[in-house]
Design a protein around this ligand. Structure first.
Ligand SMILES: [Zn+2]
Ligand SMILES: [Zn+2]
Ligand SMILES: [Zn+2]
Length: 169
């Protein structure tokens, strides 16, 4: 995991190179994002932002997020409608695979080079013009799968009160 200061310094440098403005508000949203362990929804982000900017409204957050998405600093997690910091945003554009824990919400990003090639091959076979891949995998992170397979909930030190989020519909 990269530290917040490091993330902000790298982002500021890239914005200078690209001649785009990292306004104090955008910077603050990026700072809050960099402190999340997993993904965060726009509304939870708004609550955090209100601590330093009580005037903040949903459009404030969405505008900042749009900018951060455009610059590749964050990724959108489509299936949970949330956002997560990209941990290698200063590398060239990449397809990432998101591994999403359905129990604790942790999101782990892995670059997915081979997968991207396969998607392009499949697209080409069907004459499909592929613009953008979203790869999201659901399951349990390591600590959570440990808890889920635990057979002694009365004597262990796990938190068994969290249950796996059922995916609705
Ligand atoms: Zn990324
Ligand atoms: Zn988990
Ligand atoms: Zn247990």
């Amino acid at each position: 995991m990269t530290s917040t200061d490091d993330v902000l310094a790298r982002a500021e440098k890239l914005c200078t190179q690209r001649s785009v403005r990292l306004t104090p508000q955008r910077l603050e949203v990026l700072r809050l994002m960099s402190q999340q362990v997993g993904a965060i929804s726009a509304y939870d982000l708004l609550d955090l932002l209100k601590e330093s900017e009580p005037q903040a409204k949903p459009p404030t957050v969405y505008r900042a997020l749009d900018f951060l998405l455009e610059q590749g600093f964050v990724h959108k997690v489509e299936s949970t409608n949330s956002y997560v910091l990209c941990h290698h945003f200063d590398e060239a554009t990449h397809t990432s695979a998101m591994f999403i824990c359905d129990r604790c919400g942790l999101v782990r990003e892995e670059t997915a080079e081979g997968v991207e090639e396969i998607m392009h091959l499949l697209a080409a076979k069907n004459g499909f013009a592929l613009h953008h891949n979203v790869i999201e995998a659901h399951g349990l992170c390591q600590p959570c799968s440990e808890v889920e397979t635990c057979n002694s909930p009365d004597v262990c030190e796990h938190d068994h009160s969290i249950t796996v989020k059922k995916r609705g519909r």
